[in-house]
Design a protein around this ligand. Structure first.
Ligand code: PHE
Length: 346
């Protein structure tokens, strides 16, 4: 500051400005001060206006002094501004130093993936590595796709085995198995193809520790020329070895019946958890793992595929059971209980 100003008025203005400048702690207050003193209608501008009314003599002494004052105020403002910026940068650097990336807020709740999500991701990885395309099917299904196209006509006794949740809308239901996705796949692609689909299925059943009205299945379907049962055996064995990450897994085949496959079989796997019998395999060393078979010609035809030219295999297994086995969950109802103590473990 060019100090002291000979003119008393200018001296007071300069002092007021400096006092105010000291209290400015951020850019916003600096700007306000700038406008008040140096703005178009500010104090300095007013002094200039007043100058016009003064005598020539006064103009000569006061004019340059006002200009000097203006420059002084501008320079002080700039100085303060850069000081503030530096201060802010230093404070920021200090805060950075104290910032603890390992700190956590106690009591905070963290989300985690549901055990079903873990298992589905693992299974899909294995199936994709084997060349299966992963599909999603609707959970609300038509009677035609869930039953008829899968060779389960009305009044077929197999419908009783799959007590169905019907919607109040005609011919719509909650799918009772993921086999319905087989029909969607066949109707939307040309063979050869291999698809797999995991998801929720619904059956109108009384619930207990082992049964629930909603559970998960995973379906696999492969259609090509000259597909045989041996392809099915090799595929399921490789798949199970992949999921349980264990080479010593054997499979065992039992004849069974499902309307949409012929022949129909059930596949058991050697228990991956024990050598001599445990609670999972109920001391038998074998675990029932899936239903499977060669796709029935009626089903191929319903899917728009010529059974004279193509054949295929399908398998469907209870994913929920697999999840329970993998994590040692002994009550199926936990899986959709929304119990935090349960879910937090995964
Ligand atoms: N959909 C059958 C079930 O729910 C399983 C299955 C799928 C059987 C594919 C054979 C072939 O039990």
């Amino acid at each position: 500051m060019t100090y002291p100003y000979t003119n008393e008025k200018l001296r007071i203005i300069a002092e007021q400005f400096l006092t105010r400048l000291k209290t400015c702690s951020d850019n916003k207050s600096l700007e306000a001060l700038d406008i008040e003193f140096l703005g178009r209608h500010g104090i300095i501008a007013k002094l200039m206006e007043e100058l016009k009314t003064l005598s020539l003599e006064e103009k000569r002494t006061l004019g340059p002094e006002i200009n000097l004052l203006k420059k002084d105020l501008q320079a002080s403002l700039l100085e303060k501004k850069s000081a503030l910026t530096q201060q802010e940068a230093a404070a920021h650097a200090e805060r950075q130093k104290l910032f603890d990336v390992t700190a956590y807020q106690p009591g905070e709740l963290f989300g985690s993936l549901h055990p079903a999500t873990h298992v589905v991701q693992e299974i899909e990885d294995v199936l994709m590595s084997m060349g299966f395309e992963i599909l999603d099917g609707p959970e609300i299904e038509t009677e035609e796709i869930n039953f008829e196209a899968l060779n389960i006509p009305k009044n077929h006794p197999a419908r009783d085995m799959q007590d169905t949740f019907w919607l109040t809308l005609p011919q719509l239901l909650l799918r009772t198995h993921t086999s319905s996705v087989e029909i969607h796949a066949m109707r939307s692609r040309q063979p050869p193809f291999a698809i797999a689909s995991a998801g929720r299925t619904y059956r109108h059943e009384a619930t207990d520790a082992c049964h629930d009205f909603v559970f998960m299945q995973c379906e696999g379907l492969l259609i090509d020329k000259k597909v045989s049962l041996s392809h099915l055996f090799a595929t399921t064995k490789l798949f199970l070895q992949g999921i349980f990450k264990k080479e010593q897994i054997e499979i065992r085949i039992r004849p069974s019946y499902f309307p949409f496959v012929e022949p129909g079989i059930e596949i058991d796997m050697s228990c991956p958890f024990c050598a001599k019998g445990c609670s999972v395999c109920k001391k038998s060393n074998w675990i029932e793992i899936c239903g499977a078979g060669m796709v029935h010609p009626h089903v191929l035809r319903a899917g728009g595929i010529n059974p004279e030219e193509y054949s295929g295999f399908a398998f469907g297994f209870g994913l929920t059971r697999l999840i329970m086995m993998k994590y040692g969950i002994n009550d199926i109802r936990y899986l959709h209980s929304n119990k935090l103590e349960f879910l937090k473990q995964f």
